[in-house]
Design a protein around this ligand. Structure first.
Ligand SMILES: [Zn+2]
Length: 242
């Protein structure tokens, strides 16, 4: 009886909240129903999927293979210059949408779980943010994505292995060689953690970021991991044109 009452009370509170602060779809701006979260059903169904998890030598793989010996690569959806689906990434990166990051990570993870190259990954590693930027933003969006993705793959997220060794400018406004130079040597591997993981038999790792653009950030992360003896696969939510 009591539980029933409190549930009613709770849902009427939620109803009130909806009345005063109606939630909108992050992509199209339409009002969301009570059972929709962040993205409306129509936008979710129209998500421009890449299907790269079904293609071995896909465009993401080819872009990264030019830079380093990547084991496998996949992204979830395309990120066109004019596309409203960019707003998913903005919301995750700058809008504090941590839940959305986790849910999208989980969606990507369920697809990767059907692919042998990704199923053999033993640890999911988010691209680290510099502690200062993590502090100002309040969270690392790649870590939130990795969290959802790791749950879908059934492997643990690993945040102690890869560290950012210096502060870098944001990649968003840089182009070409400047982008590569900005992040080169910006990451290092914790030797103690690497030894512990390898002693536990971990060899294949999966690097996670929000967007794959030039691939310079993932390449800069993969360099110390490869040097430490790990085989690196990569996955991001969005695939951007360069
Ligand atoms: Zn929508």
């Amino acid at each position: 009886m009591g539980g029933c009452f409190s549930q009613q009370w709770f849902s009427s509170l939620q109803g009130l909240r909806e009345l005063f602060f109606p939630r909108r779809c992050i992509v199209c701006g339409r009002f969301l129903t009570a059972d929709e979260a962040d993205v409306c059903t129509a936008c979710r169904e129209d998500l421009p999927m890449t299907y790269q998890w079904d293609i071995v030598q896909n465009a993401a793989f080819e872009r990264l293979a030019r830079r380093f010996d990547v084991e496998a690569a996949a992204t979830l959806f395309f990120f066109g210059a004019e596309s409203d689906y960019r707003k998913i990434i903005y919301g995750i990166k700058y809008g504090g949408r941590r839940e959305l990051a986790r849910r999208m990570g989980f969606e990507l993870g369920t697809r990767l779980a059907g692919n042998r190259d990704f199923r053999r990954c033993q640890a999911v590693i988010p691209v680290p943010l510099h502690p200062l930027r993590r502090w100002t933003r309040g969270y690392n969006q790649a870590e939130e994505i990795a969290c959802g993705l790791a749950a879908a793959l059934g492997v643990p997220p690993e945040t102690a292995l890869l560290r950012r060794s210096r502060y870098t400018k944001t990649q968003t406004r840089l182009h070409g060689a400047a982008k590569t130079k900005n992040v080169q040597g910006a990451f290092r591997v914790d030797p103690g953690r690497a030894a512990a993981l390898q002693a536990a038999g971990v060899r294949h790792v999966l690097l996670i970021d929000d967007v794959l653009t030039s691939g310079s950030t993932l390449a800069a992360c993969a360099a110390p991991l490869t040097k430490a003896g790990f085989r690196v696969a990569c996955a991001t939510l969005a695939f951007a044109g360069t």
